[in-house]
Design a protein around this ligand. Structure first.
Ligand code: PHE
Length: 441
């Protein structure tokens, strides 16, 4: 069977970065950092990202490229036994994540429309909060945007690996970086921004506790697209000459940069206008329009910002869908286009209860979580970290010699970190993740 391939090394790195950089960095990171003490969270987050995160990233690339298969068949081919189950869990996690992810992505689409039509110009945050609440609790409107978002994602994935995914990232990601930096400059030059900057950059060590560490771990896996096979799938389309450790480090670095910059956009502005950094998931949708509304030509910034968020969400959603699609294409031999359309439709349906849980179904809860929260919790807090443990153990114990050969591209690229990497895979990552998971329960 003919498999797609990346057009260039740069294309692969862009696509992997596009997967990593998403709502996780721009919507989720700033509010989770705000809720968890700013600087303290940032410190723990960066420490986790550059150790466990980088190690799992490399492990996923290695598995994907060594096997040239999507997760389930890759694990089957490299070792077999019970390992492919890890791939199944990843496919399921991808499905669940995309179902709730596209709800929030749909909100960003709606906010592009609102920004463009001048509906976001109210100065009073209370009015903006009320309009956000009434929008997300509406039983119909968010579902329309959810459907449009899925349709666009399906369109990109059906176009295939090279034409669809790589080309859209090549075009959109550089644009995203430029807009983000412009916004950070705007935010940091607001009068009063420095107080926010110090909240964000000065760690208060007394605030570091099990919850903060647990939130940082969940955030790092979600943001780096780790633990569910997205990076295995992307790695499987890569040529055998590429330097994998370099690529892994680069993607981790870019992802962390975008998250840190998103914090630099949002947190100083929140302080400059005396809003509350612990506002939660509404932070981006309520506070930012309020901030932009008080700036000269703010509506243009507002529009740019939501376009940026949409782009970021799309390139991530594509990787989530690609994992599920690749499973059916590789493992079941089904045709890419019809299968992707069917999966998209199923994801649309599963997303409906998640969206309704902000409105009419708000009262339906399990363990005090709404349907949306429960989906997010199960996938992001449990499935991704567990996947990270399994992937680390797999590389560290089951296939390490083969993995090392792949990481050095059969000796072409020197890899000075082979021993630390093995130590991370065998002991540090599995034990630390397990400990953080248990402490967070
Ligand atoms: N990393 C993406 C983001 O930050 C979300 C994602 C998670 C994508 C898992 C793929 C796999 O928004």
């Amino acid at each position: 069977m003919q498999r797609g391939n990346w057009g260039s090394r740069f294309g692969f790195i862009l696509a992997a970065t596009g997967s990593a950089v998403g709502l996780g960095n721009i919507w989720r990171f700033p509010y989770v950092a705000g809720e968890n003490g700013g600087g303290a969270f940032l410190l723990v987050y960066l420490a986790l990202v550059f150790t466990i995160g980088a190690s799992v990233m490399l492990s996923e690339f290695v598995i994907g490229r060594a096997a040239e298969r999507s997760p389930v068949s890759a694990l089957k081919k490299l070792k077999g036994g019970a390992w492919p189950v890890v791939g199944f869990i990843g496919v399921a996690a991808g499905f669940i994540i995309l179902s709730f992810y596209s709800i929030v992505a749909g909100w960003t689409l709606a906010y592009i429309v609102k920004a463009a039509t001048g509906a976001l110009t109210a100065l009073d945050p209370n009015i903006l909060a009320a309009s956000f609440e009434s929008f997300i609790s509406n039983p119909i409107q968010p579902l329309i945007y959810h459907g449009i978002f899925i349709a666009v994602t399906v369109g990109v994935v059906t176009a295939g690996v090279h034409r669809g995914i790589e080309r859209s990232c090549q075009l959109l990601l550089p644009l995203l970086f430029v807009i983000l930096i412009a916004l950070a400059v705007r935010s940091l030059t607001l009068p009063g921004a420095m107080e926010g900057l110090s909240f964000y950059l000065t760690p208060d060590f007394s605030r570091i506790n099990a919850d903060v560490v647990n939130s940082a771990l969940t955030q790092s896996f979600f943001s780096l697209s780790l633990g569910m096979g997205a990076m295995i799938t992307y790695g499987s389309y890569l040529s055998h000459k590429e330097n994998l450790p370099g690529a892994a480090l680069w993607v981790v670095f870019c992802d962390a940069m975008v998250a840190v910059t998103a914090g630099l956009v949002i947190i100083p502005a929140v302080f400059a206008f005396s809003f509350d950094p612990t506002e939660g998931p509404g932070l981006v949708f309520i506070t930012l329009p309020a901030i932009f509304g008080q700036m000269p030509i703010g509506f243009i910034f507002s529009l740019l910002f939501f376009v940026l968020l949409f782009i970021a969400a799309l390139t991530s959603a594509v990787s989530l869908l690609e994992v599920v699609t690749a499973y059916f294409v590789d493992e079941r031999g089904l045709r890419r286009k019809p299968v992707t359309i069917c999966i998209g439709f199923a994801i649309f349906l599963v997303g409906i209860p998640a969206s309704l849980s902000f409105g009419p179904w708000n009262g339906i809860t399990l363990f005090e979580m709404t349907i949306f929260d429960l989906m997010e919790y199960v996938a992001a807090n449990l499935m991704l970290p567990l996947g990270g443990i399994a992937i680390s153990l797999f590389v560290g114990w089951a296939i390490f010699p083969r993995a090392l050969e792949e990481a050095t591209s059969k000796g072409i690229h020197p890899f000075f970190w082979a021993r630390p990497w093995r130590f991370l895979c065998r002991y540090v990552a599995p034990l630390a993740i397990a400990w953080i998971l248990i402490a967070g329960l």
